[in-house]
Design a protein around this ligand. Sequence first.
Ligand code: HEC
Ligand code: HEC
Length: 367
Amino acid sequence: MRAFVFFVLAFGCPTLATATEPPKKAEQQFKNIQSFKGMPAHDIDPAMEFMSRALGVGCEHCHVSVADGQWPMEKDDKQAKRTTRKMIAMQQRINRDFFGGHQEVTCATCHAGRVEPLATPPMARHEEAAKAAPAPASVRVDEVLQKFVTATGGKPAWDKLKTRVSQTTFVGPPTGIPLEVTQLAPDRWLARMISKHGSFEQGFDGKSGWQRSPRGDVHDLGGSDLADARRDAPLALPLVLPSLVSELKVIADALVGKGNAHVLEGTSGDVVERLYFDDKSGLLVRWSTRLHTPLGDLPEETSFEDYRKVDGVMLPFTVVRNIAGEAQTIKYQSIKHNVPVDEAQFARPAATPTPTPKPAATPTPAR
Ligand code: HEC
Ligand code: HEC
């Protein structure tokens, strides 16, 4: 969902999500690759996102932007983009020569969210480090997962639900964009956002994800977008959690807000995931992940708040996603279950021809 908003904001630079059917090399898909030669093309988006977050800037800090239409991402007009190639080479050399090839030093190590790294010691005291280590947990994985199922209404209540249609709004930047989410059990998902440009859609068909712009271009979801869709899609999350995250184990408890939470850690692909369950209510209150990018890991954290009972199950009415310090909140206005939904809408649509004479960005799949 976060990526969805990002996609809406970045509309006009559609290269962000160019389709990658056969795994292509970056230099085959893009026009001016020098630093990332040999890297898979689908690693470019996460790498760009990582650099933007590490420096606390938007794409336009390094790239030439235009008001309407495609941004010429391949151009090297901006000094910041040219400097970045040197920075990438420097980072690779530092890690190779001083850290045995491990990715210890990244853009974030030095930049820490700003364009100009600090050259003087910071004035602020590190309060985090002073905190006492939390007590080790005294629960088992299956207990925590079972308590979550029970706390949210129990399996029989979840099993009665076949579809869900939710009306939500984004709060925080950007404000007030309505978003409708349609789900079909077990894991079909469609999010439709109406912006001033038209209707943006993201879908998940149980295996793969796609997105469609108002222009009618259709792209596959990959990387962080696909990971987000996979997490957002399940209709009965408490029942499928163990299949979404593998090798779960209990790690030390953590403080979440004012309460104590049991923490489970596991993996999905090469992403490390942490699930935080309130030790009193048993509800999932936080989900954090680290997405691997070629330049370093990108932390993402989702908080689930304001749980309310709807048709026998407990659902969060406020979901806050924070990616490397940038938070987006989704507030649910209404959630309806078991209304009829058309199954066909979850499948990847064919690209519709664009009204402009420009060729479509992706080949139109044969009907
Ligand atoms: C800190 C600077 C920086 C930021 C911020 C940045 N980029 Fe880049 N971008 C680069 C550099 C450098 C390259 C060239 C990489 C190479 O030589 O392999 C590049 C290349 C690209 C390319 C390939 C263009 C081509 O055809 O050769 C795309 C697409 C791209 N960036 C998208 C983005 C998007 C989208 C964002 C915002 C999320 C972004 N970039 C943010 C520095 C940046
Ligand atoms: C070892 C520390 C270090 C690492 C790692 C590092 N940088 Fe830098 N970077 C610096 C310093 C220091 C400067 C400021 C140099 C100056 O002021 O002349 C800088 C400057 C820059 C600038 C120019 C600032 C501007 O005006 O736009 C960009 C862009 C940049 N870095 C991007 C990156 C990116 C992207 C990465 C990761 C691929 C990265 N840096 C990794 C230390 C680092």
